[in-house]
Design a protein around this ligand. Structure first.
Ligand code: SDX
Length: 432
């Protein structure tokens, strides 16, 4: 087949240059501009990566116009309906759904890595009791580097695999420890006879004094929500993990960088921000005034949980979470579902408003997730930590893909410089 080319021409009479065009299996073609600077002495300018593909990947595909999300080709709706979180984790990491034997082996291996080094307990004590769980996660996951730094050869496939098992297995333990530390309760050691999600809930809500009774409704809802958050191609935190990983940093440090990036309210921190926003609005009658403030961009007011860089349609995950939300509230017989009523009224008003329609702003994954978490008894400050727990699977799969990629180079963007040009030093007594 004839190579497709893009020709770049200049208005200043410089000769035009050709660049190869690459096609993926699906989705928009990309123009390979890697030789642009060598050929023209110019860079591209793309703050926020509006039009830049930073890598090749075969993990997750999003069609933002159609509202489609596929992990390794499988629609998110099918995976959320039929799989356990660890099955999806296996799929994201390895490219195929596990057969029975592979599934059992994977569950066993993950469960063998659930405990953290006992010295970690001392590490926790360094945090204030009221430290935000995301601050604790950044610190403690980064600190895993101190325990495993010497045992990791990132160029060895087996080493990378073990790092993946460790991270996937230990994140629930560390997340639950962050919660327990916050609430002043003793840490619960993992119980490997339980499933991944059951074990997490046990470590979160169990105490040494009483038997923790699993509720299958809560387990299934949690399983589904973790699946929905497991990966999302080159979002901000994943790109952070890849950028850190491109320097050869160890994976625990890279995932810690990803957690820091996820924390922001424009990204994973939005689930916590949505609940705060709903609390602030308080009542359906206050929605029009809030929407007015958002449209006037009054004091940076934003409709949290709305809008997405890629989705210009309903985020398919939001649809599933909204459904899960109704199921959970009904099954748990939550009488006061004021929050869901408020969220649905807010969604309806926004979706009919010209401001949101013209900007193609729809609910994203974070709009309803907090309401489900709240119904499941998860405190608001833990919401983003749960996102991090689930996304660790995606981050580590993307990190593995990066390290195994022969085209991988250290990430090093350039800039359009606007500052002072050369000037000479002036002694302090001569400065104006
Ligand atoms: C996640 O990338 C991923 O895949 C992320 C994620 C994942 O799984 O990893 O999906 C998870 O991060 C979901 C997003 C969570 N964030 C929020 O819910 C916060 C609220 N949303 C916005 O901050 C915003 O929509 C972003 C950050 C999500 C997307 O930002 P973009 O693509 O840079 O869009 P933009 O800021 O340039 O917005 C375009 C216009 C602007 O108006 P104008 O300047 O043209 O007048 O839309 C407006 C924005 O002001 N706008 C909003 C809005 N989002 C965008 N106005 C009001 N409320 C909003 N939520």
């Amino acid at each position: 087949m004839k190579e497709k080319l893009a020709t770049l021409s200049f208005s200043d009479g410089s000769p035009s240059v050709d660049f190869p065009i690459f096609g993926g299996t699906v989705g928009p073609d990309v123009i390979d501009v890697r030789s642009l600077y060598a050929k023209t002495g110019k860079f591209t300018f793309d703050p926020g990566f509006m039009s830049t593909a930073s890598c090749r990947s075969s993990i997750t595909y999003i069609d933002g116009d159609e509202g489609i999300l596929l992990y390794r080709g499988y629609p998110i709706e099918q995976l959320a309906e039929n799989c356990s979180f660890l099955e999806v984790a296996y799929l994201i990491l390895n490219g195929e759904l596990p057969n029975k034997k592979q599934s059992t082996e994977f569950n066993t291996i993950v469960s063998q890595h659930t405990m953290v080094h006992d010295q970690m307990n001392n590490f926790f004590r360094g945090f204030r009791r009221d430290a935000h769980p995301m601050a604790v996660l950044c610190g403690v996951v980064g600190a895993l580097s101190a325990f495993y730094h010497d045992s990791i050869d990132i160029h060895d496939e087996r080493s990378r695999e073990i790092a993946a098992f460790r991270l996937i297995a230990k994140l629930p333990t560390i997340t639950a420890m962050a919660f327990k530390y916050n609430s002043g309760q003793p840490f619960m050691y993992p119980k490997n006879s339980l499933s991944y999600v059951e074990n997490f809930l046990y470590m979160m809500f169990g105490t040494p004094c009483e038997e923790y009774k699993q509720n299958p409704i809560i387990t299934r809802a949690m399983e589904r929500i973790l699946i929905l958050h497991a990966d999302h191609e080159q979002n901000a935190s994943t790109s952070t993990v890849r950028l850190a990983g491109s320097t050869g940093a160890n994976p625990f440090a890279c995932i810690s960088a990803g957690i820091a990036s996820l924390w922001g309210p424009a990204h994973g921190g939005a689930n916590e921000a949505v609940l705060k926003m709903l609390d602030e609005i308080g009542d359906v009658k206050n929605i029009p005034a809030f929407i007015k403030r958002v449209k006037e961009k009054d004091g940076h007011a934003m409709l949290m949980g709305f809008g997405h860089r890629v989705y210009k349609n309903y985020d398919p995950r939001a649809k599933i979470i909204q459904k899960t939300c109704h199921e959970v509230l009904e099954e748990l017989d939550v009488k006061d579902n004021r929050l869901i009523k408020l969220a649905m009224a807010l969604e309806k008003i926004a979706l009919e408003d010209e401001y949101f329609i013209s900007r193609k702003l729809y609910p994203n994954v974070d709009f309803y997730s907090g309401i489900v978490y709240k119904a499941l008894g998860i405190p608001v400050s833990m919401f983003t930590a749960l996102f991090a727990l689930a996304r660790t699977v995606g981050w580590i799969a993307q990190w593995k893909e990066l390290i195994a990629d022969s085209e991988q180079k250290i990430g090093r963007p350039r800039q359009l410089f606007n500052g002072a040009t050369h000037r000479d030093f002036v002694p302090v007594d001569k400065r104006k």
